[in-house]
Design a protein around this ligand. Sequence first.
Ligand code: DGL
Length: 265
Amino acid sequence: MDNGPIGVFDSGIGGLTVVDALAKSLPNESILYVGDTARVPYGNKSKVRIQEFTNEITQWLIDQKSKMIVVACNTASSLALDYIKLKFDLPIIGVIEPGIHSAISITKNKQVGVLGTNATIKSDAYGEGLRAANDKISVVSQPCPLFVPLVEEGWVSGDVPTAIATTYLEPIKRSNVDTLILGCTHYPLLKSILRQILGSDVSLVDSGEATAAAVNSVLSKNNIVSNKNTGEIHCYVTDSRDSFEALAGRFVHANISTITHVDIS
Ligand code: DGL
């Protein structure tokens, strides 16, 4: 048993889509969430910078007695997961592997699309992982760099996001993919626009639920399940708390106990 919190982080509001799934499936676990809003977006930064941010936040979460770390950011999972796994001695998981498993279990025609930040798509973490899991899979990848600023602005419906999404999704629509991985934790907040453009023939994979299932098995395997009756969610942001609070209130179902500013770098 361990009643310490699960440390979770992302560059901004996006990782709360994973927190939502965690809170739903593991209601007894407490969560410490860091949104690195002072440095969002991560998706157009270099590998060295992303490793530096990931290292600093992981260290901070460990200093707050986190019992495991969930990298709720595809960009950091693609470019810095192996790096922090070598440095820190506690269970750490990212969102890429759970997303890959979920997509493999859903696709029927073995044609999988991946949307992600520039850094995630350039790393080819999804392409490599999907092909390693099944060499019959073919992958169509599409970077969508404007999605993160749209979501951070709360601009998730209307003409402008629809026009941008329509342009980004063109190669996906032209392909034959039956399964599309939302390879950035911000993107589930644009799901209704994506669904509207793609119709119902393409399954959308949001790695939140799959990641929550992976966290559950890591907790059990390491004997660090909480024995409390309720968990709390405490959020920390590296920039002003106001816009984060407004967005969290709009998009997140889970009950957030506190939102506090913190200086991590
Ligand atoms: N939500 C993150 C991801 O999953 C980061 C996006 C960004 O900051 O560019 O990739």
